[in-house]
Design a protein around this ligand. Structure first.
Ligand SMILES: C[S@@+](CC[C@H](N)C(=O)[O-])C[C@H]1O[C@@H](n2cnc3c(N)ncnc32)[C@H](O)[C@@H]1O
Length: 213
């Protein structure tokens, strides 16, 4: 199970997520994401909160934040004005159950802001030697087939193993619309470093969706 795999790596994640300036959250993704999050209402839910850095940033912006298991959120129907799922839905076992649960707890007109690993990112990889000409980005396996992915990254003395599921773009769109959301905005975000490979390929996908009335 993805949930258990993440629990097994919780210590690694806390060190990785809290190291100042260490990952994309600190370098560009937090600011890009918070610009998408609607203003605070009565209650905002944070799905897949990890060690809590998004919830802390939301609280600093006036949100009252609750966190919980994506499959069984600890609140009643229609009580939340907003929800965020920052970099978590690709790591959650049952995408459809999670979006249905989000639809249950949001009031009609309430909004969900989410970010996931872009399906292009989880489907393929850059090949060739780093530092040379623009490296080709290659997708060798099926784009459409859902599959588990395991990536171990090492940087600045820290190691983190990411357990996720590759899902095509249509899976996210179908899960959201099937649960009763209307997709309002869809943004493709990448590392702005002009010398890096990722400037040419989307790293993350952000979506703003509204709960149908
Ligand atoms: C990449 S981390 C992101 C954490 C946090 N949102 C952040 O950006 O700092 C993904 C998180 O999803 C959590 N997760 C996986 N399955 C979950 C589930 N069923 N319910 C809630 N969280 C889950 C993992 O424990 C992990 O903390």
């Amino acid at each position: 199970m993805l949930r258990r795999d993440w629990d097994d790596h919780a210590g690694q994640w806390i060190a990785w997520a809290r190291a100042p300036g260490h990952d994309s959250y600190w370098r560009f993704h937090r600011d890009e994401f918070l610009a998408l999050v609607p203003p605070p209402g009565r209650l905002t839910l944070d799905i897949g909160c990890g060690e809590g850095r998004v919830a802390r940033d939301l609280r600093a912006r006036g949100h009252r934040v609750v966190v919980g298991d994506a499959a069984r959120l600890p609140v009643g129907d229609g009580v939340a004005d907003g929800a965020v799922a920052f970099m978590s839905l690709q790591d959650i076992d049952d995408l459809e159950a999670a979006t249905a649960e989000l639809a249950r707890v949001l009031r009609p007109g309430g909004r969900l802001a989410l970010a996931v690993v872009h399906p292009v990112n989880s489907a393929g990889r850059f090949v060739g030697d780093k530092g040379g000409d623009a490296r080709p980005f290659v997708i060798t396996d099926s784009w459409f087939e859902r599959r588990r992915t395991v990536d171990t990254l090492e940087r600045d003395g820290l190691t983190m193993t990411f357990h996720s599921e590759h899902r095509p773009l249509g899976a996210y769109a179908d899960a959201l619309t099937g649960a009763g959301f209307l997709i309002e905005r869809l943004r493709e975000v990448t590392d702005p470093d002009p010398d890096g490979d990722w400037v040419r390929v989307p790293m993350f996908l952000q979506v703003l969706a509204v709960r149908n009335g």
